[in-house]
Design a protein around this ligand. Structure first.
Ligand SMILES: O=C(O)COP(=O)(O)O
Length: 231
């Protein structure tokens, strides 16, 4: 939608799962498909929500640990591969953007912000989901853990994403989880936390620069941050 150029106000980098889109129904569907094939009890949506944040391999590993399956390399890799296949069949079957995401992204882009995505979901899947949901056009850079070979909470994932987006020196991150806030803190980037996502603990305790309840509250939080910390 926009190209990196000097007239950008800066770059707003968004987390994907739990921030832009509610992906837990499809992640839970794939996980429960895997559990069924392995003869294990299903997790359902609330328990799957708690496993999201560190990418697919850690989601599968966490699920097997909760089912008291000792991690064995080959069996573990097979489970990850199978989960990945099952998930690829339903990436956006039930996954949907949160309310007002499209309108708010449009508004921010028109206001001169460069937009990008930094997610621990693999790049190809993130791009497919955003494209299926009509959101890919907002993001010249959609970076997964496989894009630069580093994953949140490593701050390089966020900093490389912003640098490739080319929106200038000012960066603001928007995320829903403990991982997102610690990534931003490690990168020295102000972070807006959204309260409706997949965090496991109260996010206010992690001291984000702003905490909002709705995606449509983000432009005001950005204005406040930009006013308080002029670049
Ligand atoms: O895939 C995950 O576990 C998390 O993805 P996210 O970084 O977009 O929240």
């Amino acid at each position: 939608m926009t190209n990196g150029s000097a007239e950008h106000k800066g770059t707003i980098v968004f987390d994907l799962d739990g921030t832009l889109v509610d992906s837990v129904p499809d992640l839970a569907g794939a996980l429960d498909g895997l559990m069924m094939e392995m003869g294990l009890p299903a997790f359902g949506i609330p328990a799957t929500r708690k496993l999201i944040g560190h990418g697919i391999a850690n989601l599968v590993r966490g699920a097997l640990t909760l089912r008291s399956i000792e991690w064995q390399h080959d069996q573990g890799l097979h489970a990850i591969t199978r989960f990945t296949e099952l998930y690829s069949e339903r990436l956006s079957r039930e996954t949907r953007p949160y309310p007002d995401v499209k309108q708010t992204l449009s508004m921010l882009a028109e206001d001169g912000w460069q937009l990008a995505v930094c997610t621990n979901k693999i790049e190809r899947y993130a791009k497919l989901i955003l494209s299926d949901l009509g959101l890919a056009r907002f993001f010249p850079v959609i970076a997964g853990p496989d894009t630069f070979g580093v994953a949140k909470p490593d701050p390089r994932h966020l900093l490389e994403t912003a640098s490739h987006a080319g929106g200038g020196d000012r960066i603001i991150f928007v995320g829903d989880s403990e991982v997102d806030i610690s990534t931003a803190k490690a990168a020295g980037v102000p972070v807006i936390a959204v309260s409706y996502g997949y965090a496991k603990t109260p996010l206010a305790a992690l001291l984000p620069e702003a905490l909002v309840d709705r995606f449509s509250d983000i432009p005001k939080a950005i204005d406040d941050i930009a006013r308080e910390c002029p670049s």
